[in-house]
Unconditional design. Structure first.
Length: 260
C-alpha cells in the first residue's frame, strides 16, 4: 500500500473513527458512562506518556544523531511552550466572551463554535503528528495513531455534550463532530509532502509531537484524574495508566519485530 494512502487512512482513523466510537457513550446510561469514561482518561494518559517517552522521543534522538540530542531537547521545550500558549489563547477567548456579559444562550453558542474551531485545529495537528511518525517508520506510525485515538475518544464525548448544549440537534452535533476529523486528513497530507521535501527536520517534528503528547497528558488529562483522590480510585488510575503505557510498549516492540 502506498505510504500516502496508509497515512491518510490512519489519520482518518485517528480523527474520524475516534469521534464515531465516542458515539457509543450516547447509548449507555449516563450513570454507567460516568463510571467508564474516567477509565478511558486514565488509559489515554498512559498511552500518551508511553508514545511520547518510549516511541517518539527515542526515534527523534536516534534520527538526529549523536550531536542532535541537545537540539531535540530544545524542540521539546519549545513544543511544550507552543501548546501552553495555544491553550492560553483558547482560555482567553472563552473568558473574554463571558466578560462581555453575554446571556447563557449566547455563551453556549460561542462555546459550540469554539469547540468546532479548536477541534479542527487540534485534529489538523494530530494529522501532522501521525504523518511525521509514519515517515519515520510504520511501527511508530501505528503507535502514534493508537495514542491519538485513545485520547480523542474521551475528548470527543465532552465536545459532543457541549455542541448539544449549544443548541444543536444530536444528529447535527454528531455530523459536525465527525466533520472536524477531516482536518486530520488534511494535516496529514500537508505534512507528508512538506516533511518529505525537508527530510532533515523529521526528527524535530517527532520531538514536537512528543511535546504535544506530554502536554496533553500532564496538563490536560492528569488534572482531571486528580479530581477524585480516594485511595481506591487512585490505585485504579495508577493501574490503568500503567496498562496504557504497557500496551504502547508492547505494540512498539511487536511492530519493530515485524519490520525486522
Amino acid at each position: 500500500m502506498p505510504l500516502l494512502l496508509t497515512i491518510t487512512l490512519f489519520a482518518a482513523f485517528g480523527g474520524i473513527a475516534s469521534a464515531a466510537f465516542a458515539v457509543v457513550f450516547l447509548w449507555i446510561r449516563e450513570e454507567h458512562s460516568a463510571l467508564i469514561l474516567p477509565h478511558f482518561i486514565s488509559f489515554a494518559t498512559g498511552a500518551l506518556l508511553g508514545a511520547a517517552l518510549l516511541a517518539l522521543l527515542p526515534e527523534a534522538i536516534e534520527g538526529a544523531g549523536p550531536g542532535g540530542a541537545h537540539r531535540i531537547g530544545l524542540v521539546l521545550v519549545a513544543g511544550l511552550a507552543v501548546f501552553f500558549v495555544i491553550e492560553k489563547l483558547v482560555l482567553w477567548w472563552h473568558a473574554a466572551r463571558e466578560a462581555l456579559g453575554e446571556n447563557d444562550h449566547a455563551r453556549d453558542r460561542a462555546s459550540g463554535i469554539l469547540v468546532l474551531v479548536g477541534d479542527s485545529l487540534h485534529n489538523a495537528l494530530d494529522g501532522v503528528l501521525i504523518a511525521a511518525a509514519f515517515l519515520s517508520s510504520l511501527s511508530l506510525g501505528f503507535v502514534t495513531t493508537f495514542a491519538v485515538a485513545a485520547h480523542e475518544i474521551p475528548h470527543r464525548v465532552g465536545d459532543f455534550a457541549i455542541l448539544v448544549q449549544a443548541g444543536l440537534s444530536r444528529p447535527r452535533a454528531l455530523l459536525l463532530n465527525l466533520a472536524t476529523g477531516l482536518a486530520s486528513v488534511i494535516g496529514a497530507a500537508a505534512a507528508y509532502f512538506g516533511l518529505r521535501e525537508v527530510a532533515g527536520i523529521l526528527p524535530y517534528a517527532l520531538a514536537f509531537a512528543a511535546a504535544g503528547f506530554l502536554y496533553i497528558a500532564v496538563a490536560g488529562l492528569i488534572p482531571a484524574l486528580h479530581r477524585r483522590a480516594d485511595p481506591r480510585t487512585s490505585a485504579m488510575q495508577v493501574i490503568i495508566i500503567g496498562a496504557g503505557i504497557a500496551v504502547i510498549a508492547l505494540a512498539e516492540r511487536l511492530a519493530h519485530l515485524r519490520e525486522l
